[in-house]
Design a protein around this ligand. Structure first.
Ligand code: GTP
Ligand code: MG
Length: 584
């Protein structure tokens, strides 16, 4: 049950199908974070050929967003009684219109996501839904697409119907992941496995778009033509289940913005409020919408208005989905970064697997955190992986300048004076580079374990290190706002932690006893890098850093191997690779 996804689809003949993960992947029907066609690893799928086909058919980011957005508009969220009878549930809802898809999931309670074939069906359902009468409280009569399904005949249902198949909205526990990784046959397979286990599921992606659509209904009270779009890891193909939901209130598509009418005797324009700057307008818009979410949106709690941040935002928790939401506005560059990452994720399957592997590793090592602070963010880490892949010989992915050179006239995109132009579809030739993920993971640790962070910056636009323009410990040039540093928040301590972990991990991966399967139960390769014992190093109670050798020694002891431990380590091909000396 846990391994299967329950996803019901109404066939034209009125039949039902239950699709397993593997079936859906074979038929190209989802399973990846945001794209139904992107990112299924060839190692898991079988042939490289099928992957190439998938890649060339990957939808453009905007086409995919538009499709998901339209689906979400036809979708409702229902809180259900836990003993709901699925057949009756379906019959009841079908009486309002044809259902194209639905699924149940469980967080704190059972919820159903129901997608109608036509948006009008929701209107029909709304016409028959009531505002609850409460005994001791008063219901704010705001009508949203989040409903409560009441059971009018509880006795009938208590005849112990089998409970509906519910999807969990969480990932497998770490121990189970480690067990799976230890049973893999290569580090490449481990990385694809981690990616498959942690990626956002098709259903979770739909839920994310639905939550955006529900929030849009609130904002639409003031701005009927607005849209709310997810961005960041929810849709860039690098998101893990449980990642936050970054949302962008898009007011740019409001009609009349660029209607400069010059012909005729007169022209009309709206009387509007005027404020000092776009930032002030964003702050006041977000403030009002944040207030409305707080007062009217069912299921939204813990609203925080963080309006003085560089990028003003409203943060809240959407309880029925369990998503931590960040609502921003006027954030087109972040949207463009998201699309860029999506494009890179589709260039080569190794991109996604490596980014996932590095993100998991960083989380396990306590290098990244769910809360903001002076540590490296997932976004910065992703930039580092992309930069490394640009620097391989031959490169695995193109530089941003090369993507810009491939762009057509319709891809041109400027945000203020910032050139955010890049090719929007897959005209990017597959790389000739044949390095394994194992090589690339090793390279990542060695490259960043030795990177001259004190002097040089990382620049994915050029694919080359450049001299740092200022003294921040880490400088990763913002690819679009080129005078900004995306890792400005990182302090020296966090940088040192990252570098030390990278060096240790490079060392671990070079140990013969740890880079090949040992047994189905002993952690090796990626699993050895994710061991819970490694996590505890970053714990609060740590007084002084234990020499890395302690941990590694215990691993090696357990394997009864006695390998060379100096700075120079032998490689399988007999070559030598230098690892900076660390105090073991
Ligand atoms: P997780 O939420 O950690 O899974 O990753 P994320 O990529 O969603 O990161 P985050 O939620 O921190 O930020 C959301 C998006 O905002 C990122 O994907 C970027 O597109 C953008 N972003 C985040 N930080 C920066 C930054 O420092 N500079 C710029 N230009 N964009 C950023
Ligand atoms: Mg995010």
């Amino acid at each position: 049950m846990a391994a299967s996804i329950w996803w019901r689809r109404l066939e034209s003949a009125g039949r039902w199908r239950r699709l397993s993960h593997s079936h859906r992947r074979r038929s190209g029907g989802g399973g990846s974070s945001s794209s139904s066609s992107a990112g299924i690893a060839p190692a898991l799928e079988g042939s490289e050929e099928s992957d190439l086909t998938e890649k060339t058919t990957a939808k453009t980011f905007s086409a995919l967003q538009a499709e998901r957005h339209e689906q979400a508009e036809r979708t409702i969220l229902i809180s259900c009684p836990s003993n709901i009878n699925e057949k009756k549930f379906y019959k009841y809802l079908s009486s309002y219109g044809m259902i194209s898809k639905y699924f149940f999931y469980e967080t704190f309670g059972v919820y159903a996501v129901v997608e109608f074939s036509n948006k009008e069906s929701i209107g029909a359902l709304e016409g028959f839904s009531s505002i609850p009468r409460l005994q001791h409280e008063c219901a704010v009569p705001f009508k949203s697409r989040f409903f409560n399904l009441r059971n009018n005949h509880p006795r009938e249902l208590s005849a112990a119907q089998p409970s509906v198949p519910c999807l969990k909205q969480s990932v497998i526990p770490v121990n189970e992941l480690l067990r799976k990784l230890s049973g893999a046959e290569s580090i490449d397979e481990q990385l694809y496995t981690a990616c498959k286990e942690y990626q956002i599921t098709e259903e979770n992606t739909r839920l994310r778009f639905l939550v955006c659509s529900l929030v849009k209904d609130i904002a639409a009270a003031y701005f009927p033509e607005c849209s709310i779009k997810p961005f960041g890891s929810s849709v860039n193909n690098f998101g893990k289940m449980g990642c936050d939901l970054d949302m962008f209130l898009d007011l740019d598509s409001i009609s009349g913005r660029d209607n400069a009418q010059t012909g005729g005797a007169f022209s009309m324009e709206y009387q509007t409020k005027r404020v000092a700057s776009e930032r002030v307008a964003t702050q006041s818009t977000l403030s009002v919408i944040g207030e409305c979410i707080d007062q009217f949106a069912p299921g939204c709690t813990g609203i925080q208005k963080i309006l003085n941040a560089r990028c003003p935002l409203v943060r809240f928790s959407h309880q029925p989905s369990g998503f931590q939401c960040d609502l921003t506005a006027n954030n087109r560059i972040a949207m463009r970064s998201t699309e860029l990452l999506y494009i890179y994720s589709n260039v080569d399957p190794r991109v996604r697997a490596l980014v996932f592997g590095v993100r998991c590793w960083a989380r396990a090592q306590g290098i990244t955190s769910n809360v903001p602070g002076s540590w490296i963010t997932n976004f910065s880490l992703t930039m580092m992986v992309l930069f490394l892949l640009q620097k391989r010989n031959p490169p695995i992915i193109p530089t941003l300048d090369q993507l810009r050179d491939l762009a057509e006239i319709e891809d041109e995109y400027f945000v203020e004076s910032h050139d955010c132009t890049f090719v929007s579809n897959n005209k990017i030739k597959p790389s000739q580079n044949t390095e394994t993920l194992e090589d690339l993971l090793q390279e990542f640790f060695e490259f960043y374990g030795n990177f001259p962070f004190n002097l040089m910056s990382i620049n994915i636009r050029k694919g080359k290190e450049q001299h740092k323009p200022e003294a921040s410990p880490v400088y990763i040039q913002n690819p679009f706002e080129q005078t900004l540093n995306v890792s400005k928040n990182v302090n020296q301590t966090q940088l040192e932690k990252f570098v030390t972990s990278a060096r240790e991990s490079a060392w671990i991966l070079q140990q013969e006893g740890l880079k090949h399967p040992i047994s189905n139960t002993k952690p090796w390769g990626l699993a050895a890098l994710l061991l819970p014992t490694m996590q505890s190093r970053g714990g609060k109670n740590k007084k002084k850093r234990q020499p890395a050798s302690e941990r590694i020694k215990s691993l090696l002891d357990s394997l009864k191997i006695n390998k060379q431990t100096s700075g120079y380590l032998s490689r399988p091909n007999g070559g030598r690779r230098y690892i900076c000396t660390i105090a073991w």
